[in-house]
Design a protein around this ligand. Structure first.
Ligand code: FAD
Length: 296
């Protein structure tokens, strides 16, 4: 397989620890991590895996995943570092490939005097990962500015679908269910004042630094917002701040985050999540649903 991958414009890492590719810094080894350098290479690699019936999965920047401790006998295709093209296709319409980091996209919008993506500047994910789960923060959501998505079906067809047909709701889209690969997205923004856009970005980054445990590895919010209240408030009120299982801990700074204090395994995180879910369910009658995605 390694030799056959060499025909494509891509980087191939063998027996690669997934902790190097996830913001949690957790995970066993993947047989291959493959980083395609462009869309053509990605399509060729997918075709090869299909022909060989070789297992694979997709990640963007690995900032919303908990990768298993067990080694994965397949390939992880990572889209950041490769699919990173973006362009202004009309005055206020940007097309952006799936591997572009949101901060870069938000800076590109700023450089072009376009407002609407300030909320996304501090989210450490890729465009593909953000579209996948309709990422959001501080009152903004990806669905507010994505107008269409370019994606690949499991049968190999490339489609461009209007956002209104992709069932964007809170931390959910069609992609969380349909196994399509997001190749890129079109963002419609409004003309804005560069100084004001910059100021809003700075303000939100400052809010993150003050309230979130950015100094420790995590995958951001561990649970989705439940129908009643906020996950962090429920966890905090149940006295769970600081609770640990192995190297996994409920952040003492922000109860919504489980952090890796240095040696956490995926099992530690899962066990701690179960403690949190059981406690909040017992004390508040609220079932917390994971936001973090378990892979493989
Ligand atoms: C410190 C910190 C703060 C965070 N703050 C926020 C926040 O404010 N708001 C928020 O919403 N999230 C936040 N997150 C979580 C995370 O950054 C977002 O969910 C982000 O959108 C994930 O993007 P990613 O590229 O890292 O996706 P990954 O973690 O790589 O992947 C997540 C899921 O998306 C799928 N996926 C990724 N790319 C594609 C693709 N191209 N096609 C199909 N499927 C794909 C993967 O298979 C996986 O199932 C935070 C995380 C951290 C660590």
């Amino acid at each position: 397989m390694h030799n056959r991958l060499a025909q494509f414009n891509c980087t191939v890492l063998c027996d690669e620890p997934m902790r190097k590719h996830t913001s949690f810094r957790i995970g066993g080894k993947a047989k291959y991590v493959v980083i395609p350098q462009d869309e053509q290479a990605l399509l060729g690699i997918l075709q090869l895996f299909k022909e060989e019936n070789f297992p694979f999965l997709i990640i963007g920047n690995g900032s919303n995943v908990l990768f298993a401790d067990e080694d994965y006998d397949g390939a992880v295709i990572q889209l950041t570092d490769g699919l990173t093209q973006m362009k202004l296709v009309e005055d206020n319409l940007i097309y952006c490939e799936a591997g572009v980091i949101l901060a870069r996209l938000a800076m590109f919008a700023l450089e072009n005097g376009l407002t609407g993506l300030e909320f996304a500047h501090g989210i450490p994910g890729s465009v593909g990962g953000a579209v996948f789960m309709n990422a959001g923060a501080y009152g903004g959501e990806i669905k507010d500015c994505v107008v269409a998505v370019r994606h690949l079906t499991p049968e190999g067809e490339i489609l461009v679908t209007d956002a209104k047909d992709l069932f964007f709701t809170y931390r959910h889209t069609s992609f969380t269910e349909n196994n399509h690969l997001i190749l890129g997205a079109f963002f419609r923004l409004a003309n804005g004042d560069k100084t004001e856009i910059r100021a809003r970005m700075d303000e939100l980054i400052q809010k993150r630094r003050t309230s979130q445990p950015l100094e420790l590895p995590s995958a951001g919010s561990t649970f989705k917002r439940p129908p009643e209240g906020y996950a962090a408030a429920h966890i905090d009120e149940c006295g769970l701040k600081g609770r640990s299982v192995g190297g996994a801990q409920v952040s003492t700074k922000h109860a919504g985050f489980v952090v890796n204090t240095g040696s956490a395994t995926a099992q530690d995180v899962k066990d701690l999540m179960k403690v949190i879910q059981d406690t909040v369910q017992a004390e508040h009658g609220v079932l917390l649903e994971p936001e973090v995605v378990f892979l493989p």
